[in-house]
Every structure is written in C-alpha cells, then in structure tokens.
Write a protein that binds this ligand. Structure first.
Ligand SMILES: Nc1ncnc2c1ncn2[C@@H]1O[C@H](COP(=O)(O)OP(=O)(O)OP(=O)(O)O)[C@@H](O)[C@H]1O
Ligand SMILES: [Mg+2]
Length: 508
C-alpha cells in the first residue's frame, strides 16, 4: 500500500477563498491521480500552468478539491489548512517565499510555535536551535538577521530550514532550487538523501531536467491539468520526459543569431558595492549578451541594482552610450532606455492584486501615455501582444498576477520589461521557474532582442543558460569581478565554478 494516494482530484477555477466559481467548466485539475511511497522522492513535472502547484496546495490543505479523495496510510484525510497538513506530517516548501521580512530568521523558523520558557518567549533557545539547524544545512546565516536583508536564495534556504525543523513524513518541495546555485543545490540534495534514508517521502517539483536523475525515484507528468503518466528511474530519458510534458519534441535550446556590435552601451568604471569591496569595471556593447556568474551572495544582484539606482554604491561611474549618468534614478533610467528585471518577482516585480494588463504596462506608462491621458485600448494592445509573444497561460488579461502559476508570473515580469522597449536590458535570473519549452522561446526572444541592437546584461545561476547565451562572462565573488571570460572555448562549467568558488576553496 502506498503511503499517500490522491485519486481523481479535480479543481475548477476558484475565487480568492478557494471556492469554485459557479457556472464555470474550466478545470485547473482534471481527475488527477498521484501516489507516493515511503522513503521515495517523487518528481512532479509539467509546463508552466500545468497544475503542479495547485495539486500540491490541495495536498497541503491550502485549497479544497472539488472532487476526489486523499488517502494517507489507506485512510481518507482532508487537510483544511496548512496546520492540518502539518499535523498529518505533511510539510510544504512553497514556490513563492512566504516569510516575514521584518522578522528575524529565528522568528520566521519558529513562527506559530514559539518556544517558551516559564511562559516567556525563549529567544535564546530559538536562536540556538536555528543556529544548529542552519549549521546542519551547511549554510552560514546568522539567525538574528532580518529576513528582508537576505537575498532571494538565502530566503529560500530559510524556507527550507523552516519545514525541515518540523518532523514531517512527507515534504513537498515546489521548485526549491529555482534561485539556488550549484553549491546550495548540492547541500539541498545531501539533505534530501538523508531524509530519504530516514524514511521521509518527498514530492519534488522542478523544471531542471538535470536534477531528476540525481534525486528522483519516480516521475509523474501533468499537462493542462491532466495526469499523463509516471516513469520509473530507469526510464528517465530527457526526450521522453519532454515529449510527455509538451506533447511534442523540442527544437534547439540556444540559437545565437545576434552579432555583438561596436559601441559601448554600458560602461561601469570602478564602482564599489561596499566601501571595503574591490572596484568593479565592466562594459556591454550594442547587440551583445554579457553574462554574470557567481555564487549566491557574490554581489551580482547588488551590482545590477546599483547600476539601476535601486541601491547605494560607492565611488565610480556609470556611463550610458558614452555619457556619465549623473543620477542613478530608476524612473529616469527607464525613460532613457534602461530596464532591470528583478529576480524577486513576488515583491519587486509584480503588483500581485493587479491584472496582467496593468502589470505589463506598469513601467511603460510614460511611453503609452505621454500626455497623461489614459487610453485603455493602447494598454490592452500592448498586454495582448506581450501575452501572445511570451505565451502566458491565463484565462483573461484581467486575471490577477497572484493567481498565475509561478512561471507565468515570471513571463509577465519579463513582458513588463520588454514593453519599455529598452536599449539596455539587465536581466536577473530571467528564466527562474520557467519550463523547458518556454525557456527555449525566451532564449530565442533574448537573441532576437540582441540582434536588434539591444545590449543585454544577464545574471544567471543556471550554468547551461549562462554558457549557452553569453558572448562574454564576468564571474563575481565577494562583491567583485574575479575574471572576465571572452573566449567561447573557455566557457566551461568547471572553469566558471572554479572561479566562483576561488581556487583556494572556502565556500561560505
Ligand atoms: N484562482 C484562480 N483563478 C484562475 N486561474 C487560476 C487560479 N489559480 C490558478 N489558476 C490557474 O491554474 C493553472 C495552474 O496553475 P499552477 O500554479 O498549479 O501551475 P504550475 O504547474 O505550478 O506552473 P509553474 O510551473 O509555472 O509553477 C494556471 O494556468 C493558473 O493561471
Ligand atoms: Mg507552480
């Protein structure tokens, strides 16, 4: 008998309370079956919007199914809240981070079950246990740090630590590695193997095909809300998986038709991220795609944000088309043709309760409505065009960003940036959470944009992407650039990794 069985799970489109919207026949999940054995890692895959997160939210007690049943140890269960699910031993590491930025790491880990000593909150003990937990996970984060001061990747690690600290029999991991780099992924995989050995079962959602063989025992595919099939480990062949996911074979992933031009669009001279870090100099030419590699915490996002005026930097100069920028102010820079795609779509990229239409036009209002008169049709045209070009899976242009699947939210943020018609595009993890098929489309799109003369600076933790897309790569470590790789032949995973870690080792 399987540990867990989900049978015939059906979910119609629902409102913000999880209640099915009446009179609709649109199904997000259509009679989906799923089973899980004790001590197994079961991978769940499917294109963006296929229904993976929704199926897991049903299991995690966050939304009620409209039809179907859940059996745990052969007994029917119906978790009605995340708390219920936890009591059944089901923990959920969410795709989108769910932490309180204004609280410390420690308070986030113990939220809702604060430790007490003689009736008082026992901060010391919570600190000690958090420290232990993080140390066990092999990461160096102070439990007293406020979560908002951590990078997206570090926050993801805290999210994972929080669920690990419960004694769960089943752990759902919804794209846990989407913003982690190789080192942290290795740490996570070691943890997964250990949990498995202890008999914990894991449901693992990811778009990174290369991970499946490393951690998975079985793999199930969803497509358009329907269950397609399950493969045993021996049958994990990429082509097979992809064709089950998308219903067709995929073409080439990378297509480099752009030709880097002459003029320097962006030049950074001796900029320091912190007063004590080494000065950074770099440039991006017309029609060139320049990658930035490095570990989490290496300062890549900080660099992008400094250029875009989102954070303070120290000394140095930023030149755009040969002219020094006097004021690094995002609003002015967008008008001048510079745009930054944030890695943090949930808090910085989207207004979650606004529709797709408004989100896409958000940064382009100056261009759409130079005289401050709003014409709805212009906005609609723009949004429709972007949704079409990026293949956003949605029910309507008015669908709120909150209810889109993770990958489709990412596409909307990308659409928002492209809508500004930039000359310099700064991308921070552009394909985070994007499925394989859609990734190829986005790479093709970035290539086309570069071909039209746009300069692209791209931060990426996805090695194949970094190597496949970049004309040149800068590698960052400890807030500085440690190497510039200009030759395609030298763009090897090992070479880049060696630089990111530093030859002497010493990973934080
Ligand atoms: N409240 C809602 N109203 C309308 N549509 C919804 C609602 N909630 C979810 N959906 C739709 O359900 C579909 C499935 O979403 P889900 O988040 O489960 O996809 P996913 O497989 O996790 O995708 P991804 O890989 O992008 O994370 C999406 O197309 C989404 O737009
Ligand atoms: Mg999802």
């Amino acid at each position: 008998m399987a540990l867990l069985e989900m049978k015939g799970i059906t979910k119609y489109i629902f409102d913000s309370y999880g209640v099915a919207i009446r009179n609709t026949t649109v199904k997000i999940l259509d009679k989906v079956d799923f089973s899980l054995e004790k001590g197994e890692v079961h991978i769940l895959v499917g294109e963006n919007g296929a229904g993976k997160s929704t199926l897991m939210k049903v299991l995690g007690g966050l939304i009620p199914p409209d039809e179907g049943e859940i059996l745990l140890d052969g007994k029917p269960v119906r978790p009605r809240s995340a708390r219920d699910a936890l009591d059944l031993g089901i923990g959920f590491i969410h795709q989108e981070l769910n932490l309180c930025g204004n609280l410390s790491v420690r308070d986030n880990i113990f939220m809702g079950r604060e430790l007490t000593h003689k009736g008082m909150k026992d901060g010391k003990e919570m600190r000690r246990r958090s420290e232990e937990l993080l140390k066990e996970m092999g990461v160096n984060i102070d439990p007293d740090t406020l979560v908002k001061n951590l990078s997206t990747a570090q926050q993801q690690i805290i999210e994972i630590a929080k669920v690990f600290s419960y004694d769960c029999r089943i752990i759902i991991m919804d794209e846990p590695t989407s913003s982690l780099t190789k080192t942290e992924i290795d740490i996570l995989f070691r943890l997964i193997h250990r949990l498995k050995a202890q008999g914990v079962s894991i449901i693992y959602i990811s778009h990174r095909l290369e991970e499946f063989e490393r951690v998975g025992d079985r793999l199930s595919v969803l497509r358009d809300g329907q269950y397609i099939g399950t493969l045993e480990k021996e049958a994990f062949h990429v082509d097979r998986i992809v064709s089950m996911m998308v219903g067709r074979a995929l073409g080439a992933m990378y297509e480099n038709t752009h030709v880097p031009g002459g003029e320097r669009v962006l030049e950074v001279r001796a900029l320091r991220l912190e007063p004590h870090t080494a000065p950074i100099s770099l440039h991006v030419n017309r029609g060139e795609i320049v990658g930035i590699g490095g570990l989490v915490g290496a300062g890549r996002t900080e660099l992008a944000k400094s250029i875009f005026g989102y954070r303070k930097s120290f000394g140095g100069q930023v030149l755009y088309n040969g002219n020094p920028l006097k004021k690094l102010d995002p609003a002015l820079l967008i008008r001048a043709g510079i745009i930054y795609l944030t890695e943090d779509r949930k808090t910085e990229g989207l207004i979650l309760d606004m529709g797709i239409r408004q989100n896409i036009s958000l940064a382009s209002l100056f261009r759409l409505f130079p005289r401050l008169f709003m014409f709805g049709h212009k906005e609609e045209e723009l949004a429709r065009d972007m949704v079409g070009r990026l293949n956003v899976v949605c029910n309507a242009l008015e669908q709120t960003a909150r209810t889109l699947s993770g990958g489709n939210q990412q596409k909307v943020v990308l659409g928002k940036c492209l809508a500004t018609q930039p000359k310099l595009l700064i991308l921070d993890e552009p394909t985070r959470g994007i499925d394989v098929g859609a990734k190829a489309e986005i790479y093709h799109m970035i290539d086309t944009i570069a071909r039209s003369g746009v300069a692209v600076l791209m931060i990426s933790s996805d090695m194949p992407e970094l190597i496949g897309m970049s004309d040149r790569i800068y590698v960052m470590r400890e807030g500085a650039i440690v190497v510039e790789i200009t030759e395609k032949a030298e763009m090897q995973q090992e070479t880049i990794l060696e630089h990111t870690i530093g030859r002497t080792g010493g990973v934080a």
